[in-house]
Design a binder for this molecule. Structure first.
Ligand code: PEP
Length: 256
């Protein structure tokens, strides 16, 4: 059975004071049980201090972005080995905000994915379609292009130490959530795409859903057979909201 991952993407939010309160609220009330993992992804300047706050807890640390380069003259960039150095276990790559606002291409995202793995960090590869793409019936083509860029450069075996997050762009930060059935359809498609190359591995890959997930809708999404957790933006910024999703994850694992 696949473990459930509940990952908080803080985006460009937080402060030293606010982070202390948020992390202490989370770590003091992590639900009992097994089969699920919690992860927080703060902005770069807070990674080291949040690593300290998390020390001794069951909550993992991740970053929101990484350079595809190792080191050198890349002003403003952060390498995967630096993330590893400050205690990151995961890094988000290819978030739709980065693809849309910073023109990251699927080829560049694939390079970031590989840079993370080379440094021993688990990449969380985000894929997802816009509303216009969904309405024009091209959701699967869009997902395939984003996925294939990584499959072609890193090979299917690379997904043995990677996580995928399906994040329909139209559901991110909008309050519009994909229905469990809409999300399940795409998750199933993603797993099938990997299974064309390695069915055993495809069955083990965690595929998270992201897009306005919250306490009220988490249980319905997490009970779908191919949804293995959530990548959470807004609801990861308040301990109680994040913990409500964590509780749904713990319950969903127990029920399955
Ligand atoms: C995200 O940005 O990854 C996300 C899913 O945001 P939200 O939960 O706010 O929709």
């Amino acid at each position: 059975m696949r473990e459930i991952l509940v990952a908080g993407n803080w985006k460009m939010n937080g402060s030293t004071t606010a982070n202390k309160a948020l992390i202490s609220g989370i770590v003091s009330a992590v639900p009992e049980g097994s089969g699920f993992r919690l992860l927080v992804c703060p902005p770069f300047p807070f990674l080291a201090s949040v690593a300290n706050l998390l020390s001794g807890s069951k909550v993992a640390l991740g970053a929101q972005n990484v350079s595809e380069h190792d080191s050198g003259a890349f002003t403003g960039e952060t390498s995967a080995s630096m993330l590893k150095d400050v205690g990151c276990e995961y890094v988000i790559v290819g978030h739709s905000e980065r693809r849309a606002m910073y023109a990251e291409t699927s080829v560049q995202v694939a390079a970031k994915f590989q840079a993370a793995q080379t440094a021993g960090i688990i990449p969380i590869l985000c894929v997802g379609e816009t509303l216009a793409q969904r309405e024009s019936g091209t959701t699967q083509e869009v997902i395939d292009e984003q996925l294939d860029a990584v499959l072609d450069s890193a090979g299917v075996e690379a997904f043995a130490t990677a996580v995928i997050a399906y994040e329909p762009v139209w559901a991110i930060g909008t309050g519009m959530t994909a229905t469990p059935e809409q999300a399940q359809d795409v998750h199933k498609h993603i797993r099938a795409r990997l299974a064309e190359q390695n069915a055993v591995l495809a069955d083990k890959v965690q595929i998270l859903y992201g897009g306005s997930m919250k306490g009220e809708n988490a249980a319905g999404l997490l009970c779908m057979p191919d949804i293995d957790g959530g990548l959470i933006g807004g609801a990861s910024l308040k301990a109680n909201d994040f913990l409500a999703i964590a509780k749904a994850a713990a319950q969903s694992y127990t029920n399955s």
